[in-house]
Design a binder for this molecule. Structure first.
Ligand SMILES: [Zn+2]
Length: 70
């Protein structure tokens, strides 16, 4: 995917990513996780195999975001 056009207005979209920053952690790339969130004492329970980093395309004209988690 090197170029895409917006599903809403047809203009050019640019590739990017979402930033996921916890209270005390360094910023990291936002991830999609399979299933429903399970909270524990330590925070959110996550399974590495069920996580996918999110690629977010943003329309340069209307700002529409399209997310992919390959
Ligand atoms: Zn657009």
């Amino acid at each position: 995917m090197s170029s895409k056009s917006c599903a809403k207005c047809g203009r050019r979209m640019e590739e990017g990513f979402t930033i996921d920053a916890g209270d005390y952690s360094m910023p990291s790339v936002g991830v999609w996780h399979r299933g429903k969130p399970h909270k524990s004492f330590w925070g959110l329970k996550t399974v590495k195999a069920d996580k996918h980093e999110i690629v977010a395309w943003r329309c340069t004209s209307c700002g529409y975001l399209e997310n992919y988690a390959p």
